[in-house]
Design a protein around this ligand. Sequence first.
Ligand code: GMT
Length: 379
Amino acid sequence: MKAKKLKIGITCYPTVGGSGAIATELGKMLAESGHEIHFISSSVPFRLNKMNPNIYYHQVEVNQYSVFQYPPYDIALASKMAEVINRENLDLLHVHYAIPHAVCAILAKQMCHKDIKIVTTLHGTDITVLGYDSSLTDAIRFGIEKSDAVTAVSHALVAQTYDVVKPDKPIEVVYNFIDERVYRLTDSSYLREEFGISAEEKVVIHVSNFRTVKRVQDVVKAFARISEQVPSKLLLVGDGPEMAVICKLVNQLGLKDQVIFLGKQDNLEELYSISDLMLLLSEKESFGLVALEAMACGVPCIGTNVGGIPEVIFDGKNGYLCPLGDIKAVAEKGISLLSDENLHKKFATEAINTAYKNFRSGLIVSQYEDIYYNLLKKG
Ligand code: GMT
C-alpha cells in the first residue's frame, strides 16, 4: 500500500547559509515526491527558485511597536506556526535549529492544542556557538528534549551536543545531501576567459559567509604559497564580517591580480565546474556543505580536521585533511594535487563517487521520510 502523503511545515533561516539551503532543498524534494510543503519563515527561502504546486509559503510578519525594545520574532513565528498548523491541518513541523525554531514549534503546538509532531535538525551553530552561552543552554536543551525526533548533520555534531548541552534525548545522524541534478560537472568553461584565467592557470575556490570561524585568512595565506609554485587564481565567493580584513591581506601579500572577489553568488555549480581545488579551513564546521557541493562537481577539497569535515572529506582519497591553522601543510598538499594530473583525476573521480554514494538526495530524503512516518505511526 502506498504511504499517505504528508502535510509538512518547514521553518529555517531563509537567508544564505547551509541550514537554509538544506531545509529548502529538502522541502523541494519532498514536494516533488508528492508531500505538501508549507515553508513558514520571515522571507522566501533563497533557494526556493522554482514554482512547485505542492509548495506554499507563509510569511512571518514581525511588527515593531514602541513598547517592545526588540521586535518579537519568536512569538510572531510561533503564532504563525499555530495558525498554519490549524488552517492547513499539518501532520508535522520540521524545524532547523533548536533555538529559536524548535522552541517556537513547541510553543505553537501548545497554542493550537493539536498533537502535531516536531522534528528538529541541528546544524551546528546552535551547538558550537550558542551552546557555550550559558544564558541559552537550557533553552537549547529544552528545544531538543521536547522535540519528538532530533537529527544532527554529523556524528561529530551529535557528540558535541551531548558534550555541551547534555540533552536526555536520542539524536539521529542524517547527513546533508546534494541535488545531484544541479551539483554536477557543467560546461561553464567560458567563465575562465571572462574572469581572465589563462589556460595554464589552476583555479582554487573558497565559499563561505566570511565569519571568523571560516578562517578565510588561512585560505589566502595558503593560496599565496600555492601560487608561488603553481600558476593559479583564487575565487573567493561569499561575503561577511571578515571581508575588509581579507581585502587588506590580499593587497599586503601582493595577490591583487590573482584573487577574484565574487561576493554572494547563486549557481555555484558553474563556479565549481571551473575549479580545481576547494579550501575549507574552518575552526568550526559541523558538516561543510560547500565541500560536498564542490565534490559533487568533481572538485577535490582540502579541509581542516575539525568537526564533521572528516565525515565528508576522506584524507588521501577524495581530498586532504590538515590540522587547523597548518597553512604550510595545506599549501604542500594543494601543490602536490595541482601538479599531478593523474592524482588530481583520481581524487576528482573519488569526490564525485563519495558525493553520490553517501550523500545523494534520494538516500538522505528517504531517511527523513522514515523519521516522519515512524513518528506518525507511534501516534
Ligand atoms: O557555516 C555557517 O556559518 C552557516 C551554518 C548555517 O546554519 O547555515 O552552517 C551550518 O550548517 C550547515 C548545514 O548543515 C553545515 O554544513 C555547516 O557546517 C554548519 N556550520 C557550522 O557548523 C559552523
